[in-house]
Unconditional design. Structure first.
Length: 219
């Protein structure tokens, strides 16, 4: 057996022993490829070339290119929701919990521009694929429920004003954090890139956190 055949055999054994690991490897690469090239521009051949499996096995796992795209979209949303869950917000005072959530969202979006690009691409497609995904819908319902709990606790302790809508609050947090990434190229072209330097991003994060808190605090 040649060295090449040995490597292929080891790769095959790895797939047999760790199919979930192979799926996650495929999805990680797929997110990057779809974010860079869009649904129509990304090629399954290129994704297969960067993973531990073949094009045939990608189709076996995910059905077709659109199925892979939808799963990649789900994986991108899952990453941000898992990060939120790790914050353990239910154990924090409501104002601190909200501040931490806003700061996390700002930093996560900034550190994962591929997520922002996937969402932008899905908006171009009028959310056709996202709308068919019960997984994404469930993940985002859970995100609203976290905010609902924070709002309820804040109102109960007299820290937050009554009548807060967690969906509106989620929109506000998302808008601040999303724009910072999605519009960076055009904003930089018009006004220079200084706002996106490390120190200025830290200051902007603090401003975003305080802006959100100012809208919820009891007068």
């Amino acid at each position: 057996m040649t060295t090449t055949e040995d490597g292929a055999t080891r790769g095959k054994r790895g797939w047999v022993q760790d199919p979930e690991g192979v799926k996650q490897d495929i999805l990680a690469v797929a997110v990057e490829e779809f974010a860079a090239h869009g649904l129509s521009g990304a090629r399954v051949d290129d994704i297969a070339a960067r993973t531990r499996t073949s094009k045939r096995m990608i189709y076996y796992y995910f059905g077709d290119k659109r199925g892979l795209y939808t799963r990649a979209l789900e994986a991108a949303y899952l990453k941000v929701r898992e990060g939120e869950s790790a914050l353990d917000l239910g154990q924090l005072p409501p104002e601190e919990a909200l501040a931490r959530l806003v700061a996390f969202t700002f930093d996560h979006h900034r550190s994962h521009p591929e997520f922002i690009r996937m969402v932008m691409i899905e908006n171009i497609h009028n959310a056709e694929n996202l709308a068919r995904s019960d997984v994404v819908r469930g993940l985002n319902i859970a995100a609203i429920e976290k905010l609902r709990d924070i709002c309820a606790r804040g109102e109960a302790t007299g820290v937050f004003r009554p009548g807060l809508d967690p969906l509106v609050l989620h929109w506000q947090i998302s808008a601040f954090s999303f724009f910072n990434v999605s519009n960076r190229p055009t904003f930089s072209a018009l006004f220079g890139g200084g706002l996106f330097e490390e120190g200025n991003q830290d200051a902007l994060r603090r401003h975003v956190v305080e802006s959100v808190l100012a809208t919820v605090r009891r007068a």
